[in-house]
Design a protein around this ligand. Structure first.
Ligand SMILES: [Zn+2]
Length: 314
């Protein structure tokens, strides 16, 4: 078995039109894809079109009335879903379904042994999406939908989600903060949008101890982020996950307009290697990353390419 690295995207993901001057724009994906072609990486991975997620998998994370209302809003031509930052257009519902479906498809191929690991370059992103609220450019919580399917459909006992987007993954934390079977680790700028993710938020009830937030100040760079990741990964390793998901935002990059942090492209390769090594030690190498943020087109493209190249080398 070749055990190649999988790469998923969906053409409809570039048709999710957020309007003029919106940072979460189709060009994010087209520039990322162009960089993979230019670098030759595109030919070195097993690339497939992401299928739409089935409704029942969305409802394992999201409120049914809310999901139906979002779909109806798209179908009636609405342009905004929440207080003003989550824009939608004609193709947004289909794009959201495929963004969530990418994770489900990749998880199956990794579990079957067809793929060693995978990266899903999809949009809209997911980690701010709450149980019954679209938020922060996110419609459906792609990584949460995948984690829950790993537990409920595939019987994976322990799943870890590592979120290195510069913004706290509030939606993902809320989905699993009571759940001892899913460990959520988040590195993020603090204080910053969305406001959650303080160091003393560590889960509750049965989920006490399986949420770990490592807030980092504006101005922090490679040294601080790599050290925090190393610290967080030690806890993830004690949890002994059988599958590792990454909420891979690249907006902590020094060039990103939505953050004050100074992470470099090279650091994303090192972060990927660290997570990949952990996956090899405790999860049979099972590792799937899903694109979240990243708003400087060149920095996003180079960082995602460095990430994918590192995944191939795991
Ligand atoms: Zn972000």
């Amino acid at each position: 078995m070749s055990q190649r690295t999988g790469f998923l995207t969906a053409s409809v993901c570039t048709e999710h039109d957020t309007g003029m001057a919106h940072p979460e724009r189709p060009a994010r994906l087209t520039s990322l894809l162009a960089e993979l072609e230019r670098s030759g990486l595109a030919a070195d991975v097993d690339r497939i079109e992401a299928p739409p997620a089935p409704l029942e998998r969305l409802l394992a994370v999201h409120d049914e009335g809310h999901v139906r209302a979002m779909r109806a809003a798209v179908e009636r031509g609405a342009r905004l879903l929440d207080q003003g930052d989550t824009a939608i257009s004609t193709h947004s519902w289909r794009a959201a379904l495929c963004a969530a479906g990418a994770g489900l498809e990749a998880a199956e191929r990794i579990l079957s042994g067809e793929w060693r690991n995978a990266f899903a370059a999809v949009r809209p992103p997911g980690h701010h999406a709450e149980h019954a609220q679209a938020m922060g450019f996110c419609l459906l919580n792609n990584v949460a939908v995948c984690a829950r399917a790993l537990r409920e459909v595939h019987g994976i006992e322990r799943v870890a989600i590592i979120d290195w987007d510069v913004h706290h993954g509030n939606g993902t934390q809320h989905a699993f903060e009571h759940d001892p079977s899913v460990f959520f680790l988040s590195l993020h700028q603090w204080p910053h949008y969305p406001g959650s993710g303080a160091a003393d938020e560590h889960g509750s009830g049965e989920g006490e101890g399986t949420t770990r937030n490592l807030p980092l100040p504006a101005g922090s760079g490679d040294r601080e982020w790599l050290a925090a990741l190393e610290e967080g990964l030690r806890e993830v390793e004690s949890f002994a996950p059988e599958f590792i998901l990454v909420s891979a935002g690249f907006d902590a990059h020094a060039a990103d307009p939505l953050s004050g942090t100074c992470v470099t492209t090279a650091a994303y390769a090192r972060m990927t290697e660290a997570v990949g090594a952990l996956a090899q030690r405790c999860a049979q190498g099972r590792l799937l990353s899903m694109l979240e943020g990243g708003y400087d087109l060149a920095a996003l493209a180079s960082s995602a390419a460095a990430h994918l190249a590192a995944l191939r080398g795991v």
